[in-house]
Each structure stands twice: as structure tokens, then as C-alpha cells.
Design a protein around this ligand. Structure first.
Ligand code: SF4
Length: 356
């Protein structure tokens, strides 16, 4: 792991991004904001699973009307995602959003200037969100394809507009669905300034594909010390984004939240239905915030060892399992009661840890 890149700090609502602040986790709603109930429900679910900033697409005036009600119903800052339209961006700020994402590929210099003139009094954070799929035409022509260098040029052009206007409350993202291009673009731009980076691999696909691409792209950047706020992109329920992002952050020792589930792949030695047991345990523990390591192991070969290393765990045998807590074997439990008993003990442990 390289030392984290030194970046300037900015604020999105009450959340600090950059400098030595913890890496901030964000997501985006999949609903149209005019469906206030669905949007609020989704954000509240995301909050519970660790989302710290939420981005909402603002495609039209209907979305603007919903913003004040949505804002009152949730507890995390809102970033408005707006394309092509500085007028809509101004209305969104008036409606109470805390930050805005603009895409330099489809926002003109004049639109940026108009918006900044207005945004200055609110000092709202602006993300210059470069996307390889919507680069400026002249940049695409110059580089021949949406290469890392092309993305960097797009970002630098927009940064220059903001810097000339002396508006430094900005962060940058350089997103591509190509993992290697994403990594390289950030590595190039990181050498040119101290802007905080919002990192992620865009259009990363359904959950499994996204987990792999995001782990490689985001993981590599974080290991290089690059990245101040993260969004994993998943085609599906955004709650899955939270699971992937926290697993990446936990694996790199950068954030700890919730249950780290250690489970074996099972093999011919296993005498219980470990896959079913593990799936049930995972589901039943998904709302726990306290960081705990829970092991669910199939047999006596590696089971006792892993279960002992975990805060709590079970090592299974013939139609039963032994419960281990902080390295000590506590009791043997019949297979049919394994999930119930393990979940009960984990909940107890989480409650105790949160009261300490
Ligand atoms: S812990 Fe036991 S059951 Fe699980 S994979 Fe290893 S040897 Fe097989």
C-alpha cells in the first residue's frame, strides 16, 4: 500500500472529502426523483448499509420539485447529477442539494461560468465527472479513442475554467468501463494537482462482473494511495454496491464496517449443508454495523483454525458444528440450530461491542 495522496479537503453538506478524512462511500439512486416514496425508501436502505452521500439524477423540473421533500426525509447529503443544463443546476441548488456533478463532455464553458457565478454564494461542491462515453468531440478526434490521456485532457480543460474563476471547491472523476484506462487516467492526473478524486469503474455491469472490475480498478487505485470518495457501479439494486465497496475497503484495511464473513468453499469432507447455512447467516447479519469477523467452516481440517481466528465462528462436523468465540470452543450445536444459534451469538456480541 502506498501512502495516500495529499489532496485538498472539500465538503459536501456535512461530509468531508479529501485530506486525511476517511474514504467516503457514495451511491446513486435508480429511481426518478418524482417518485418520492421509492426514492426516499431506496436512500434510507442505502444509509443503513453505509452510504454516506447519495447522487440523484435530475433530468427535469419534476425532479426539482421533489428535492426539498426528499432532502427532509433522509440524513445524508445529496449530489445532483445534471447534464446539459445550467438552468436546472441552479434550480437544484435553490432546492437544497449539497453538491453537483457536471459532465464536461456535455457542458459548455459558458454554462459552467453561469453556474459558478450562482454557486459561489452557496459554496457547493462540484464534481467534474469525466466519462469516457461522452468526451468532447474535438478531444476524441485528437486522441482517436477515449484514451486515458483524452480523459485527462477533458478534466484539465474543465479544471482550468474553474481555476480561472477561482472556484476551488471541486473534485474530479475520470470514469471508463475499461479498468486499465480508468487506472491510468487517474495515475496521470494525480501528478498534476491536489484535487480530491471520486473513483470508480463506470458501467461496470451486473453484480459479479462489477465486483471483479471494481475490485481491480478501485482496489489498485486505493493501493496507489489514489481516491478520496468511492462509488461502485452495479446494474441492479444499489445495496449491492455497498457490499462490494465495503468489502474492497475492508480488504485494504481502509474502512471497517459490518460483518466480515469467512466461509470455506466446501468439499467432499463437509457433512452439513454449508452453502445454505452460509447464505442464511449472511442474510441475517447484513444489517449489523459493528465490525466483526464471523467464520462458517465446513469441517475439522481448516474449520477450528479459521473459527478460532475470527471473533466468532462455527466449525462443522457430522450433522453439527462447534461454536467458537474469541478462540475458545464454546459448545456443540445440532445442524438444524446452527444458523439460529450463531446469529443469536453474533447479535449479542455486536450489541456488547457497540455499548463499549
Ligand atoms: S474447511 Fe473442510 S469442508 Fe471446507 S473446504 Fe476445507 S476441507 Fe473442505
Amino acid at each position: 500500500m502506498k501512502k495516500r495522496r495529499k489532496t485538498r479537503q472539500i465538503k459536501v453538506g456535512n461530509v468531508t472529502i479529501g485530506g486525511n478524512a476517511p474514504i467516503v462511500v457514495q451511491s446513486m439512486t435508480t429511481t426518478h426523483p418524482k417518485d418520492i416514496k421509492k426514492t426516499v425508501d431506496q436512500i434510507l436502505r442505502l444509509e443503513k448499509t453505509g452510504c454516506e452521500i447519495i447522487r440523484i439524477a435530475i433530468p427535469d423540473d419534476d425532479a426539482i420539485k421533489s428535492l426539498p421533500i426528499i432532502k427532509k426525509s433522509i440524513h445524508i447529503p445529496i449530489i445532483g447529477d445534471i447534464h446539459f443544463n445550467s438552468e436546472l443546476a441552479i434550480k437544484a441548488v435553490k432546492a437544497g442539494i449539497d453538491g453537483i456533478r457536471i459532465n464536461p463532455g456535455n457542458t459548455s464553458k459558458k454554462q459552467i461560468e453561469e453556474f459558478v457565478k450562482f454557486a459561489r454564494q452557496y459554496q457547493i461542491a462540484i464534481r467534474i465527472g469525466v466519462n469516457s462515453g461522452s468526451l468532447e468531440k474535438d478531444i476524441l478526434k485528437k486522441f482517436g479513442r477515449p484514451s486515458p490521456e483524452a480523459m485527462v485532457e477533458s478534466a484539465l480543460r474543465a479544471i482550468d475554467i474553474f481555476e480561472k474563476l477561482k472556484y476551488d471547491n471541486i473534485k474530479i472523476s475520470l470514469k471508463s468501463s475499461n479498468v486499465l484506462d480508468t487506472i491510468k487516467a487517474h495515475q496521470i492526473l494525480a501528478k498534476k494537482g491536489d484535487w480530491p478524486f471520486h473513483i470508480g469503474v463506470t458501467e461496470a455491469g451486473p453484480s459479479l462482473i462489477s465486483a471483479v472490475k471494481s475490485s481491480l480498478g478501485i482496489g489498485r487505485l486505493l493501493m496507489d494511495g489514489i481516491g478520496d470518495t468511492v462509488r461502485v457501479s452495479v446494474t441492479g439494486d444499489p445495496i449491492i454496491e455497498m457490499k462490494i465497496v465495503y468489502e474492497i475497503l475492508r480488504s485494504l484495511g481502509l474502512r471497517k464496517r459490518g460483518i466480515e464473513l469467512i466461509s470455506c468453499p466446501t468439499c467432499g469432507r463437509c457433512k452439513v449443508n454449508l452453502i445454505k447455512i452460509t447464505q442464511e447467516v449472511e442474510k441475517k447479519l447484513e444489517n449489523i454495523i459493528t465490525p466483526l469477523k464471523v467464520a462458517v467452516m465446513g469441517c475439522v481440517v481448516n474449520g477450528p483454525g479459521e473459527a478460532k481466528e475470527a471473533d466468532i465462528g462455527i466449525a462443522c462436523g457430522l450433522k453439527s458444528g462447534v461454536l467458537f468465540k474469541k478462540g475458545k470452543a464454546i459448545r456443540r450445536i445440532e445442524e438444524k440450530n446452527l444458523v439460529k444459534e450463531l446469529v443469536k451469538e453474533v447479535n449479542k456480541m455486536a450489541k456488547y461491542a457497540s455499548q463499549k
